[in-house]
Every structure is written in C-alpha cells, then in structure tokens.
Ligand binder design. Structure first.
Ligand SMILES: Nc1ncnc2c1ncn2[C@@H]1O[C@H](COP(=O)(O)OP(=O)(O)OP(=O)(O)O)[C@@H](O)[C@H]1O
Length: 328
C-alpha cells in the first residue's frame, strides 16, 4: 500500500498490519533540547522480508530515526515496535535479533579482519564466547571475506572495510539488519559490493532497512521506499507501486513530425505532441513494436524510437509536487 503525505498534513498510519512488519512506528517524534524537531510524527511500516530504503536529503532526520529505533536516542513522543515487540521495553529481548551499522565500528588497522571481529564480538555481553569462532567464520563467509580473513585491516579496500563492518552486524543470526548510509564514502566498486551484499542478505530472508540520500542507489537496491523531508515522511510504499502510477511515453525521431503525430493519434494514443524533429505520445497499453509498424506503414521516416520511463525522481515529483533535492 502506497501512502503519500503532504509535508504540512499530519501523517496517517500506514495500513500494513503490524504482525507483517519488522518495524512499525506511530507518531515517532524527536525534539532536541534547542527546540529543533528532527523527526516529526513518523508513521513507518517496514514489511518483513523487504529491502526498505529510507531516503532523504542530509539533515532530513534519517540517522535520528535509526538511533531511536535502536534505543540509542529517546523519542520525545510516539511509539515503535521491532519484530512485533513493543519498544523500548522489549529492547533487551529483541536487540540480539537485530544487526545494525549506525556509527561504523572502528577497527584496528594492524589486526586482521578476523581478529577485529573477535575483539568486537568479545565486547558484546550478549554474545556467547563458546560459539565465537563459528559465528565469526559464518559472518566473514556471508560478506565474502573468508579468503581475506587473515589480511590486516589496513590492506583492505574501502568495499572490504565496509563489508567487514556489515559482518560485525551479522555476528549472530539476524532477522532485521539496519544500515545507516552503508555506501557513504565508498568508491563505485565498493558501492557495488555493498549493494550486492545487501541483496544477498535480503535473499536469505533478512529484512534490511537501509538509509541513503541517493535516490538512484535506493532504486537499484530496494523493494520499498520511504521518503523523508525536513523530519517528515513524504511517501512510502513498494517501489513497484510507485512506478505503477507512472506515465510511459513513446518518442519518435523523424523529419515527418505531423504525419507521425497523425499516426499516433490514429492509434488512439493520448497526449500526442510534435515538433522539432520529433513526435511523441503516452504509450498506454500499446506495444512499442506495433507503434513502430504503424509509423512505417504510414510512410513516416523513423530515425529513432524510444520508450521513455520516468525516473523514480520524476515519480516523486509527480506524487509530492516537489523536486527531490539530493546530492549525487
Ligand atoms: N544531538 C542533536 N542536537 C540537536 N540537533 C540535532 C542533533 N542531532 C541531529 N540534529 C539535527 O536534526 C536534524 C536531523 O539530523 P539527522 O542526522 O537525523 O539527519 P540525516 O537525515 O540522518 O542526515 P545526515 O545524512 O546528514 O546524517 C538535523 O537538522 C540535525 O542538525
């Protein structure tokens, strides 16, 4: 279920039932001491098994929300559930089922990846030292670092470093993985590695909640998205549903613009436009190859034909009436 909310209108709770969700928030709000409202009445519903993109420009409240979800910051008002358990009371019971990468763990450059994980695990009072070796081996395997386990951390590439940080969040079996801007500061190769890893982890059945200020990244990685702006939720839902409302257009490059427009109109296509060496229309249910055949049969010299799908950014602009002003 896609919900779109005006930044100025109080948000309505999403309709997904709480049992089907790994994260639910109701009216979650954080007001800092100076009076600044960083998160304002947030109603999130993160379905189990989703790769849920939490998207918003820098300063829109993503980290503050994640910190509240994990019990690292106290909300000013509102409530939330993780894995169906009411928080913050249930935190001790639930946290071992939740892996998180928020303020990236600091690793020792002179120790190997494996030794770093060993230290990290030893610092967790909830982790059983008797199973440490097996769990560390499994976590390294999951992030594809088994071969580099004995290599010193300082010799790791940026992507390997971030994968090790994710391994640290996977030192036990997790039902939910929360990643705050996991590709921040990575080169394109590292970004690809992390993106592929997130997909693999999700394929194994773990719900992944991942924040980013990069729309393209969320688009490539996630099944669902929530968009934040200035502490408020602007839209949330499955990306496929966001896309379902989009208008796909067909564009013909031709010197015969008037004739092309006539053929498009004769096919019953809506929104026909022509001029400046091209003609176009909304594709609707029509197949592009049929449009092409009709143009050629109609004597139109077709120099180029393109099906234009709006980017997710265009969809958001259409939904919210505003641009999505983010870096990258
Ligand atoms: N401890 C704090 N005290 C006062 N204001 C804060 C505090 N932490 C965050 N803020 C403010 O709250 C707002 C939301 O910040 P937050 O870090 O949650 O945003 P974000 O979307 O995660 O951005 P970024 O990607 O830059 O971290 C910002 O305006 C920020 O300056």
């Amino acid at each position: 279920m896609l919900t779109v909310q005006e930044a100025t209108v109080p948000s309505t709770p999403p309709t997904s039932s709480a049992e089907d969700c790994s994260i639910v928030t109701r009216g979650l709000t954080k007001r800092f001491r100076g009076g600044q409202v960083a998160v304002d009445g947030l109603d999130l519903a993160v379905p189990r098994g989703a790769v849920f993109g939490f998207l918003g420009p820098n300063g829109s409240g993503k980290t503050t929300t994640i910190r509240m979800l994990l019990g690292l910051a106290a909300p000013s008002s509102g409530s939330w559930e993780l894995l169906g358990v009411s928080m913050p009371r249930g935190l001790p019971a639930v946290l071992s089922r939740v892996g998180a990468l928020v303020e990236g763990p600091s690793f020792y450059p002179y120790l190997s990846g494996e030794a770093n994980l060993r230290r990290y695990d030893a610092a967790d009072p909830a982790a059983d030292p008797r199973t440490a070796t097996a769990r560390i081996g499994l976590a390294l395997d999951r992030v594809g670092l088994t071969a580099a386990a004995r290599k010193r951390y300082r010799a790791y590439s940026l992507g390997m470093r971030q994968r090790l940080a994710i391994a640290a969040a996977l030192l036990g079996p997790r039902e939910l993985l929360v990643l705050d801007e996991p590709t921040n500061g990575l080169d394109p190769q590292g970004t690809r590695e992390v993106r592929a890893l997130v997909k693999e982890i999700a394929d194994e059945g773990t719900t992944v909640f991942v924040s980013s200020h990069l729309l393209a990244e969320i688009e490539q990685m996630c099944s669902h998205v929530a968009v934040m702006r200035a502490g408020r939720l602007v839209a949330q839902g499955p990306i496929a549903e966001l896309r379902a409302g989009e208008t796909v257009r067909i564009r013909v490059e031709t010197p015969d613009t008037a004739e092309a427009a006539a053929v498009l109109a004769a096919l019953g296509l809506r929104g026909v436009r022509s001029g400046d060496g091209e003609a176009g229309a909304e594709l609707g249910e029509e197949a592009p190859e049929r449009v092409c055949a009709a143009l050629v049969a109609g004597g139109v010299a077709v120099r180029g034909l393109a099906v234009q799908r709006p980017s997710l950014e265009d969809v958001f602009v259409g939904l919210t009436g505003e641009g999505f002003d983010v870096d990258g």
